[in-house]
Design a binder for this molecule. Sequence first.
Ligand SMILES: [Fe+2]
Ligand SMILES: [Fe+2]
Length: 401
Amino acid sequence: MRDDNRRIGIMGGSFDPIHNGHLAAAEAARRNFGLDSVLFIPAGKAPHKNDGAVTRAARRFEMTALAVAGNLYFEASSIEIERPGVSYTADTLDEIKWRHGKKTKLFFIAGADAVAEMFTWKSPERVFKACSVIAAARPGVAGETLDRQIAAARERYGARIFMLETPPLAISSTDIRRRIQIERPVRYFLPEIVEQYINQRRLYRDDRYDMEAAERRVSSKLSDKRWRHTMGVIDDSVRLAEIYGINRRKAYITAVFHDCAKELSSEEKLRRCDELGIQLDNITRSQPDLAHGPLSAEIARTEFNVDDPEILNAIRFHTTGCEQMSLLDKILLTADCTEPNRNHAGIEEIRKTALINLDKATALCLRMKIAYTESKRQMVHPLSLKALKEMEGMEEMGDKI
Ligand SMILES: [Fe+2]
Ligand SMILES: [Fe+2]
């Protein structure tokens, strides 16, 4: 039965995944604006985003349905997901009006940042005519900017825009995806049942590399001693990845492969480098052990299909360091020095430093490497000196803070 005077809230979004910020804003809008219900509509094929995977859309809908199931006034709608082609909000609003009756009042609940985007949508005049807008404040969106945008929408389209007076929750789907990818907890960011759904299907995780297979293949190439060292580097790298907030899997894979060419003889290292077209400078040619960095990276790429440039870069330069070292570069170089099987003078200090100041720890490791090379009366690789200089600059900056 149709009730022509209903007030329906429309909560649109990718919901990838839906989280407590969405739910809290919808509930506040429902109460503050006397809405009879709120429809949660996961976006179909969005005109602005290249996100067309059907399974992905179905999953976003399922998560949304699970999240709203506990609230009598909430409902998930697959209206956009089921519609073929690109989804436009103007069409969605028309369809809802058609289903619920012309006199139904629609309230589009949008984050304050989305209000500005609404100008860029197809047929903004149709959107603003079909619904009122409830703008929920978002952390980081300045009040004045928003006021200006709202005034412009009112003037240009006769838009009816109301502010939702409720404290915004600083939760975002992007942040949740990033946290899950690096295996950080997301408890209380989203409903428990959605978290379970994500965990059961291992959504948002980076499962590209089969870590067990990688370990098996690399360990079969190395002596027991070198493999024990590698396992130590894995442990330390993963611990540092957790501390400095980068993907633990990436750190893991980087450590597994970092020394895979280490035990080839000097001649073999140079021969393989030439074969694989790896350009070596004269210092590396005269100290072939240095070549195991670039060679291990190339073997990881060609024999094990590791294609992540960050991983390959960290392996390539773990012996010398390089300019503009990434977090992963620093983590591998440091873990390579501090892993539990290492036992040289000053190691405890570096281990402790690594937990609180990665730049300082990287600088200490580079100094140690340089001192060792000099003690053997060998030429220090210029990349090591450049890397140390940069790290020392960053150490100073860190000290000032
Ligand atoms: Fe190495
Ligand atoms: Fe190593």
